[in-house]
Design a protein around this ligand. Structure first.
Ligand SMILES: CC(C)(COP(=O)(O)OP(=O)(O)OC[C@H]1O[C@@H](n2cnc3c(N)ncnc32)[C@H](O)[C@@H]1OP(=O)(O)O)[C@@H](O)C(=O)NCCC(=O)NCCS
Length: 332
């Protein structure tokens, strides 16, 4: 039976560090408010002309490929998770395809926001299980710093998000009880407008008009409290669904890498699942919420820090815009 196994991990974050103090010079906020509500101390902002979603992905992918002992030519397919593609179309997958010496392989973009990386991983996993492809590059990359207004009007969202990219190489393996054991995906579109960016969309006669800028209609909207409450419910639920698939329990988890939405959400999930600190990855203090990039960045850091050993059970889980939520279990 074919399974898919992660054989290389990589990440890239832009050089520019923006602290809460830096933000408090641009808007009415404070380090205390941001740390208390979100756990974030600093985040990275991309540099125009140097970083793009696809260029950051290429840097993370190059590291992942090298660690997997693979060349770009060996890759059979690209699955790219992002909500902040370089262009409205085409997607970022093809822009990544031309940045490294890949063959003319298929490249698909996944739009599942904070759950994007797990959705991407599950798509790649199916192609490997069916024997269609042997080596797939899965990436999550985001530029968020330019979608929020760095002003009093935009402060509730501007302080939460950051830029960065992470990538994994997924390869076919016949080793039993190794690699991706299960993936679980969910959505509930009734909540689509509770965390969304309406424009430029195709619903209206004019996709864009100058008033939209003035009225703040080009800014994302988030019902923070509703997102918070639902995240607390669905994070443990979707992780336990995956554990049940494999006849495993909370205490079998060696490392939980949750999407870095908010440190308070991570702490609550950790408490609910009774996991000690050393079994939970939290790096939101340094990177903020990097949406589809946060899980592969967390995975890469944990691997680099020696927190992942052969045979460990890794759980990844996410909740976000859609609402969409997802989990996966990986036996390393
Ligand atoms: C966003 C979030 C941190 C806001 O925290 P909160 O306690 O709900 O705060 P509120 O939105 O109720 O705002 C409280 C007050 O702080 C103010 N405020 C909002 N943003 C602020 C900022 N950056 N700095 C200072 N004050 C701010 C509000 O205007 C409000 O003031 P008021 O009481 O005078 O009206 C919280 O709702 C949250 O974490 N939600 C989950 C979001 C998430 O994880 N999103 C990622 C998607 S996966």
């Amino acid at each position: 039976m074919l399974h898919s196994k992660i054989t290389g991990v990589g990440m890239y974050v832009p050089e520019t560090v923006v602290t809460n103090h830096d933000l408090s010079k641009m808007m009415d906020t404070s380090d205390e408010w941001i740390v208390e509500r979100t756990g974030i101390k600093e985040r990275r902002f991309f540099k125009e002309g140097e970083d793009t979603v696809s260029s950051m992905a290429a840097k993370a992918a190059a590291v992942a490929l090298e660690r997997a002992g693979k060349k770009a030519e060996d890759v059979d397919f690209i699955v790219f998770a992002t909500l902040s593609s370089d262009y409205n179309f085409p997607g970022s997958g093809v822009l990544l395809q031309r940045k490294l010496p890949f063959r003319q392989i298929g490249a698909v973009d996944i739009r599942a926001q904070c759950s994007g990386f797990i959705y991407a991983l599950s798509v790649a996993d199916q192609y490997i299980r069916t024997g269609t492809y042997k080596t797939i590059l899965v990436v999550g990359s985001e530029v968020q710093s330019n979608v929020f207004e760095k002003s009093d009007r935009g402060r509730s969202l501007a302080v939460i998000f950051g830029d960065g990219a992470g990538a994994v190489v997924l390869e076919a393996t016949e080793e039993s009880n190794k690699g991706i054991l299960t993936t679980r995906l969910h959505s509930d579109g009734r909540f689509a407008e509770e965390l969304y960016l309406e424009h430029p969309g195709s619903r209206r006669k004019e996709r864009f008009n100058p008033d939209m800028m003035e009225n703040g209609e080009l800014l994302p909207y988030m019902n923070g409290k509703l997102v918070f409450v639902n995240a607390l419910k669905y994070f443990p639920e979707v992780i336990r669904e995956a554990l049940a698939d494999c006849n495993l329990k909370d205490s079998d988890i060696d490392l939980l890498i949750p999407h870095q939405a908010n440190a308070r959400i991570t702490t609550a999930v950790q408490k609910e699942m009774k996991l000690p600190d050393e079994k939970v990855v939290s790096n939101i203090d340094r990177f903020g919420n990097t949406t589809a990039a946060s899980i592969p960045i967390g995975l890469c850091e944990a691997w680099e820090q020696g927190r992942i050993k052969d045979g460990d059970l890794i759980a990844i889980a996410a909740f976000g815009s859609g609402f969409m939520w997802a989990s996966a279990l990986i036996r390393w």
